[in-house]
Design a protein around this ligand. Structure first.
Ligand code: NAD
Length: 512
């Protein structure tokens, strides 16, 4: 396998950024940005300093005080215009995602499509921020709930969905009446600059149409965890949505709790699928291949554990190995490539350590080696690995953010279900079966303990219409669709007396 890559990405990146209206300097700073495709340096960005971060947050708070008074459907108009900018620049932003995060072209475009989808969703939502009207026990009274904006929404995002995660949060937060301050991954700040520039364009159009938009409504902080910590600790930030590793969530969660701020934690997953005797194996093969090898195993929802029933193990696993052995690995910008690079050297090292640990725990490894390392010394391409494990032990209980699929046999469905749930993480899960009882049991109260449970679909590739997130060490947060918007607002219960007497609840008497 040959990976023909030339170090020519800088020029293209400059053109893409200019086309999307990015004016920030790309040299002379301290944050070096690399493309995982070639390992070459794309920029050296100036980082936001502590004073700059605090100023942006304070300004976002002032912006919130004005933005909350703009009627929600008008706020929706700004998000509609953002969706238009994203549509107009889908190809450019998608390409930049591919260059900066190493995704294949269709996945880079898919990420931007997801941003467009959530904008559409949020525009509709801007007319549906309903509260309930509730029956009261007192005559001539009415009880209802009102939903009000919360304040500055902090967004901390991971490298692997460098822009979609911002939009899941920002589109909802903005229609809910909040301002947004975003600290993207230090590994993918260029796509964040581009997204921010597209937002500014939408804002200009909004104002030109007569809309009111305060300065600092959506701010961007460039830098690493220290800048993220300023967002986490700032008293004017009542909500932080943090996406990343469980290690990050273990620090961020308690810090937010310490000042009674809200958290939406979207952390690591260790997603599994169960392949049952009645499964359609052609469909299963495709579902497993995409979920486990797609995005080079660098999705929070990537398939990492596969439980295969004894009766189909020998039909499925050799075919799977064949697919792993022949999958097109290489430059993600070239058509036909299905598996691009790992994000960096430390991801490669983490993968090799996990494979060594799996071998030590009795696993048999197929694949997993570096591909064409000599032709791209600063880039890390690997053949996805299948590891047949005698049992669920060693590294299987941990998330390794790389394309490793641990395969285990099972004979009893109940045993497979128990093993499925017996890991600390709880993000996404699947069952491949044509047996109604197995499928429904998997979705039932005694089935999968994850935030996402699918039938005859792999665990990755969620749509924005549903609430997204997971349980246990995945953090418990929900964002995107369904009623996830409620996390971005505060609820007030209102009781109104339109009578002439003052009856007290529960029949309490207090006559003065
Ligand atoms: P990471 O935890 O290294 O970094 C994520 C973000 O958190 C970055 O912006 C980083 O600067 C910031 N950060 C780190 N420590 C911080 C701290 N103490 N205070 C404030 N900010 C801090 O994660 P990564 O390597 O970029 O991404 C991969 C991880 O993200 C995987 O574990 C993956 O499963 C997870 N992820 C989860 C979801 C989800 O929705 N559940 C989505 C995407 C990625």
């Amino acid at each position: 396998m040959t990976i023909a890559i030339k170090n020519t990405l800088v020029t293209e990146v400059e053109a893409l950024l200019a086309g999307m209206g990015v004016t920030a300097a790309r040299t002379g700073g301290t944050l070096a940005v690399h493309s995982p495709i070639t390992g070459e340096e794309l920029a050296q960005l100036v980082e936001t300093d502590a004073a700059g971060a605090t100023k942006a947050i304070d300004q976002a708070h002032t912006a919130f005080l004005a933005w909350r008074n703009v009627p929600a459907p008008k706020r929706g108009e700004l998000v509609r215009l953002l969706g238009e900018e994203l549509r107009a620049h889908k190809a450019a932003l998608g390409r930049l995602v591919s260059i900066e995060a190493g995704k294949i072209v269709s996945e880079g475009l898919g990420e931007v499509q997801e941003m467009i989808d959530i904008c559409d969703f949020a525009v509709g939502l801007s007319r549906q921020l309903y509260g309930l009207t509730i029956a009261t026990e007192r005559s001539d009274h009415r009880m209802m709930e009102s939903w009000h904006p919360l304040g500055v929404t902090g967004v901390i995002s991971a490298f692997n969905f460098p822009v979609a995660v911002w939009s899941w949060n920002a589109a909802l937060a903005l229609v809910c009446g909040n301002s947004v301050v975003w600290k993207p991954s230090e590994k993918t700040p260029l796509t964040a600059l581009a997204t921010s520039a597209l937002f500014d364009r939408a804002l200009k159009r909004f104002v030109a149409e007569g809309g009111t938009a305060p300065e600092g409504l959506a701010a961007l902080l460039i830098g690493g965890r220290e800048i993220g910590e300023i967002l986490v600790d700032h008293r004017r930030v009542p909500l932080v949505s943090a996406t990343g590793s469980t290690a990050m969530g273990r620090i961020v969660g308690p810090r937010l709790a310490g000042r009674f701020a809200r958290a939406i934690l979207e952390l690591g997953g260790n997603n599994a699928a169960i392949v049952c005797p009645s499964a359609d194996l052609d469909l299963t093969l495709r579902g497993v291949a995409f979920s486990a090898m797609g995005t080079a195993g660098q999705r929070c929802t990537s398939l990492r554990r596969l439980f295969v029933h004894d009766s189909v193990y020998d039909s499925l696993v050799p075919r799977l190995k064949q697919a792993y052995g022949s999958v097109a690995i290489g430059n993600p910008l070239e058509s036909g490539t299905l598996v691009g690079p790992l994000i960096d050297a430390s991801a490669y090292k983490g993968m090799q350590m996990a494979l060594d640990a799996a071998k030590a725990a009795g696993g048999t490894v197929t694949g997993g080696g570096r591909v064409d390392a000599d032709k791209s010394s600063g880039a890390y391409y690997v053949r996805p690995a299948i590891v047949e494990m005698p049992e669920q032990n060693g590294p299987v209980a941990h998330e390794t953010f790389a394309p490793i699929l641990y395969v285990m046999r099972y004979s009893s469905f109940e045993e497979a279900l128990a093993l499925h749930n017996d890991v600390p993480q709880g993000l996404s899960s699947s069952i491949f079966t044509n047996d109604l009882r197995e499928a429904e049991t998997f979705l039932s109260v005694r089935g999968s303990d994850c935030g996402i449970a699918n039938v005859n679909i792999g665990p990755s590739g969620a749509e924005i219409g549903g609430a997204f997130g997971g349980e246990k060490e995945t953090g418990g947060g929900r964002e995107s669709g369904s009623d996830a918007w409620k996390a971005y607002m505060r609820r007030a219960t209102n009781t109104i007396n339109y009578g002439k007497t003052l009856p007290l609840a529960q029949g309490v008497k207090f006559d003065v």
